[in-house]
Design a protein around this ligand. Sequence first.
Ligand code: ADP
Length: 409
Amino acid sequence: MGSILILFAFTVYHRQVEDEMRELDTQIYREAKRIAALTTYQKQGESWSIDTENVSFRNSDGLESKIIYVRWYDFRQRLLQFTGHSPRQRTPITPGWKILKYDCRSDGATQQKNLRRLTLPLQDGESPVGYLQIAVSLEPLEESLARSRLFLSLGIPVALIFTGIVGWILGSFAMRPARRSYEQLQRFTADASHELRAPISAILSNAQVGLLAPAEDEQQPRQRLSNIVTQSKSISALIANLLFLARHEGQLNPKDVAKTNIEELLSSLGSEYKTLAVEKGLEFHLLVPAKPLEIHSDPDLFKQAIRNLLDNAIKYTSPEGRVDLELVVKPRRILITVKDTGIGIPAADLPHIFERFYRVDKARTRQTGGFGLGLAIAQQIIQAHDGKITVESEFGKGTMFQICLPLRP
Ligand code: ADP
């Protein structure tokens, strides 16, 4: 940004020098032509006489105050007449533009200043008559350029500081989501490795102890093998969950999306979970409208999301409790509620409940076989359906998960 600004300032300054110089040269050239037209020459034998009586600087387009001198020469380069600054020494005359230094006396001191001089050849028809020199002070132009230099040299650091501060603020805003997802990914990798390490260590130690058992002991290796099977099933379930999360990230596969009768889908899940709930001594209530309603969804994924909620409701509700599955149809959306009268979730844990590997009580959920991925999977599925899943819970009293899905025509 700094180099762009400096380059920009250089370009602007260079363009200004070029433009102001071109404008001054045009003025000088126009003035020289005007003076040349007002000057009359007369040949007297071999030499020329000039008459500058008609020459006036009144219509000089603002240039008269800047003119340092005007000089008329004959074609032998002899000075015929001049106004303004008197010539010090004779120098050879070459037509064209030049920038020169001249001594300027002000307040008793002599200063060297720059002037712009045009030497214009004068002609009478085809024959050369002489030269007209007009020199103009560059002081006003230099003052204007000095002002621009000052403005740019103060403006650039200020602009740099300003853009630096704004860039830093905007950069930190823009980096926030990237940093958050990087942290999430790091946490996810660490959690997944941790979750895999525990059953693998258990498998290893069971295998080692089983191998060390005396040959006549048949019971112990069998018990160890049974432990290994349990741990392997746990790893397999974890890997299946991780694969599920990775495969179904983002959009739904259009091939799998179909018109689904939501009333039918929930009724079949209801009867399946009613049996499980009753087995555990829970009351189960299914409340869905009798009218069939079709939604666009991936039915397998959708079932998986509701299953995860119902599994939790049954898992975290003690016998004699109650679990409800309810569908409410609104004009533009449907609401699916899974409600239980279970142990509830502490308020401090509620904001993290949908994070991957988040469990309220790790020690307890490890015993019940949870990895803390069920709700993350449910949320991912519902979001892929353009829906939203929310939770309300009161610790010790119960929990309610609600899915809100938009109804598309
Ligand atoms: P898990 O497989 O461990 O149940 P989830 O992602 O499904 O993982 O749930 C995350 C955590 O949320 C659980 O460990 C549990 O503590 C809490 N939780 C989820 N649903 C309920 C519920 N209905 N009642 C109480 N706690 C719940």
